[in-house]
Write a protein that binds this ligand. Structure first.
Ligand code: FBP
Length: 550
């Protein structure tokens, strides 16, 4: 079979990703220097009790010099959860890092996400295999999945399959949920003296797996640049035709990091931020009124067009909806509900069991949105917000309100709206230079962590606003990021999601500028990601990270 490769992919294959200096100059067998014992972000006692072997591990930073790892290692890797640009480079970095430790090292890729580990479906990588995927987008090298590994039997199966291949290290490339599972697996392996070590790599376009030590999750840079390019193109179209309001929903399951980043890159007329909606306890009606006010104001200035950015998870952050959805999640976890076959029966069961306030919130929503809210949760208990058409809901409600105002003579404009959803378009884009370098470094660092005998860590590459040679490589204990949250109707230990901080500099920048962006157009057209050209264009990180790090 011939495989046709685009000219860009061909040229891009030759790109050599940059590494932190300590790894570029010393390889992956480096000195692992340890900091003080750590604590979890919250619920210390519960997390310590649940993870007695991995709680309190120190932060690890790699230093120049020769480490103790010189034996060949057999390592397994999985891609877990939603696609994010750069996953292939994590695997390439891991492969190169392992080979650098010892040329006899082997890397196995388990297929289709976590289920590949339990079902023992794998491939063994070699140079030709890896070379075909360097610097490409997608997760097609081994596929991904959302199966949740949390039961002892599943862990035992994973260990059995690893042992059969002589695997002593596993790398989980995933987001907060997948790395929560990685933490549980690491603990299980340690408690049962299995000899298998587990290390994670921070992936997700959503940008919500970050903290003081993990400055960014990979894929956020490329995905938000793809969306910003498209938003810029739409802004230019809107500004040319001057006849449509464009409501653009942007991926990012809970946190609004992508919407905020895209707003900072493109200066839309309105950018909703879910975390602000929640903090201000805004009702759906208030959100709609705020948007309609801007539409009215622009109409008075003879501008019947504009751009509204809507974060994917908005609905879950509107307090009345949040409460309703949390009750809904618990009801949908009820076996009785799951045995119901008919949609009407499900609807009746929900309507009867919801509290009065939640039933009212549920009933204000159009039937289509109600049905979308009752769709299956993902295996981690999350509402599949990418399938809820919030952007259409807002268009309908804003349109209704403007019609009311028109009838009262309070509005004379013309509201004609288009809806868009940008999500899947950005998840498999060819990684930007930042993501290509960052991902390769994360994978290489994971090899160094396993070489140094570490388990229960997330690969960490810090100082990323500086040039790559100044990046700092190391590992952060997974337990350090954990807290207790309610999932599937039960209290669970999970990695804490990093939401947009309203007192943080990126949101504050938006807050200062948005009144003027609303009316005096200041659209910015970022254009497509550039892979060749000046570093000021090609290597620039996101606005969020630049603003966060001054
Ligand atoms: P991860 O958290 O696994 O990285 O996935 C993020 C995401 O892209 C969200 O932004 C989106 O809501 C969701 O995945 C979509 O999931 P699916 O690919 O299952 O439709």
């Amino acid at each position: 079979m011939t495989i046709t490769v685009s000219p860009l992919q061909n040229a891009r294959a030759a790109y050599q990703p940059k590494l932190p200096k300590v790894l570029a100059e010393n390889g992956s067998n480096v000195i692992a220097s340890e900091g003080a014992p750590t604590q979890s972000v919250a619920d210390n006692d519960s997390i310590r009790r649940l993870f007695p072997k991995s709680y309190g591990l120190p932060v690890v930073t790699f230093q120049a010099g020769k480490g103790k790892a010189d034996q060949a290692l057999a390592v397994g890797v999985i891609l877990s959860g939603g696609q994010a640009p750069g996953g292939h480079n994590v695997i390439a970095g891991l492969y190169d890092g392992l080979k650098k430790l010892n040329a006899g090292s082997a890397l196995y890729g388990f297929l289709g996400g976590p289920s590949g580990l339990t079902e023992n479906k794998y491939v063994k990588f070699d140079d030709t295999f890896i070379n075909a995927y360097r610097n490409t987008g997608g997760f097609d090298i081994i596929g991904s999945g959302r199966t949740k590994l949390e039961k002892e039997e599943a862990f035992a199966k994973v260990v059995e399959n690893c042992k059969a291949l002589g695997i002593t290290g596993l790398v989980v490339i995933g987001g907060d949920d997948s790395n929560t599972n990685a933490c549980m697996l690491a603990e299980y392996c340690a408690q049962h003296n299995t000899g298998v070590r587990v290390v994670g790599c921070p992936k997700t376009i959503d940008g919500d797996l970050k903290n003081e030590w993990i400055e960014a999750s990979f894929g956020f840079d490329t995905a938000s640049k793809v969306y910003a390019e498209l938003i810029g193109n739409i802004e230019r179209d809107a500004n040319s035709a001057k006849k449509y309001w464009h409501f653009i929903k942007l991926m990012g399951r809970s946190a609004s990091h992508i919407a905020l980043e895209c707003a900072l890159q493109t200066h839309p007329n309105i950018a909703l931020i879910s975390e602000e909606v929640e903090a201000k306890k805004m009702t759906l009606r208030q959100i709609v009124e705020d948007i309609a006010q801007v539409v009215k104001k622009r109409a008075e200035a003879k501008k019947d067009f504009g751009i509204v950015l809507v974060p994917e998870g908005l609905i879950e952050f509107i307090p009345e909806m949040k409460l309703m959805m949390s009750e809904l999640n618990d009801l949908m976890a009820d076996p009785y509900f799951n045995n119901l076959k008919d949609d009407d029966d499900k609807h009746q069961f929900i309507a009867k069991k919801l509290s009065a306030g939640s039933a009212q919130a549920f009933n204000t929503l159009p039937g289509a949105i109600q049905r979308q809210l009752m769709m299956d949760r993902d295996p981690h208990g999350n509402v599949q917000v990418s399938r809820i058409e919030t952007e259409k809901l807002l268009i309908d409600l804003v349109g209704d309100l403007l019609n009311e105002w028109k009838a009262k003579g309070q509005y004379t404009g013309k509201f004609s709206a288009q809806n868009h959803f940008f999500g899947y378009e950005g998840r498999c884009a060819a990684p930007s230079n930042f993501d290509a370098d960052y991902c390769y470094s994360l994978g290489y660092t994971a090899a160094a962590l396993l070489g140094a005998g570490k388990t229960g860590y997330l690969s960490s590459v810090r100082n990323v606003t500086k040039t790559a040679d100044q990046w700092v490589a190391g590992g952060i204990p997974l337990t350090m990021m954990m807290n207790i949250e309610r999932r599937h109707g039960k209290e669970k230990a999970v990695i804490k999601k990093a939401l947009v901080e309203l007192d943080g500099k990126p949101f504050q920048t938006l807050a200062q500028k948005r009144a003027s962006w609303a009316v005096d157009d200041d659209y910015v057209y970022p254009g497509p990601i550039q892979y060749f050209g000046p570093a000021s264009v090609c290597d620039r990180p996101t606005e969020t990270i630049l603003i966060e790090h001054g």
